[in-house]
Design a protein. Structure first.
Length: 95
């Protein structure tokens, strides 16, 4: 690996994350964890910082902070594995 390749590799790892806007989050979009497992489906944005997921099998809605979202295309991609996300999500909106 030459010096330029090393620099580009380091730059890619430390590149600033482009902020995701609340307007990019749409209802009925699948939410995928960093391991490509489906975590849920968007019900709606709740304010500017919370993504409300549709109710799970137990009838509970969960909220994830918008800053977990790394990318939006036909799905919403999160920055963490599913098990971690499920430990950290909440049942109330984030402020």
């Amino acid at each position: 690996m030459n010096t330029n390749e090393k620099t580009n590799s380091v730059d890619a790892k430390h590149a600033a994350k482009t902020p995701i806007e609340a307007s990019q989050i749409k209802a009925d979009t699948k939410v995928m964890c960093s391991q490509d497992g489906q975590l849920g489906v968007v019900e709606a944005m709740d304010g500017k910082n919370s993504v409300k997921l549709k109710k799970d099998a137990k009838g509970v809605s969960h909220f994830i902070p918008l800053n977990w979202v790394t990318r939006v295309d036909d799905t919403i991609h999160l920055d963490r594995p599913g098990a971690q996300a499920m430990r950290e999500w909440t049942t109330a909106p984030h402020s």
